[in-house]
Design a protein around this ligand. Sequence first.
Ligand code: SF4
Length: 162
Amino acid sequence: MTGREHPLDQVRAVYRALEERKIERHCTALARCCSFRANGRTPFLTKGEALVAARAWRASGRREISVPPDGSCPFLGATGRCGIYEARPFGCRTHFCEAAGGPHARGEVRDLIQRLEEIDLGLGGTGGVNLVTAVTEALHEPDRATDRGSRRGKGRCRGRGK
Ligand code: SF4
């Protein structure tokens, strides 16, 4: 990753770096971690993560999210599949679900969390926000604001490593 990348590409690079770590997981796609009310936990997203998720949701032709009556994630489809799987947030990837082996040890991913926090600062974020609030705000953010780094040209990116 370089500091010249667009902030949202930097977020995607963090996701790829996580995938390359080969940390052993036991996820069997039960979607338990997506049932926020049932498991009592909701992922918190940095602004960059929320914008990446919102972009993916918009790309599928949708403009809003709504929380299902059972309190599950708004992105969880009727078939039990994540509607933004490739763009799912970091917290979904580190599996806070106990059935998948519990959360990643912080030491295994601390550097990646720091990268997300630095991107968040560059985007004017204020730290982790719960998924529903973070994505709702991101969906209402004009694209020109999130694209400003790339539109101003290389070297003017407001994300990490300015
Ligand atoms: S974003 Fe996808 S993986 Fe994460 S909680 Fe929602 S449905 Fe589950």
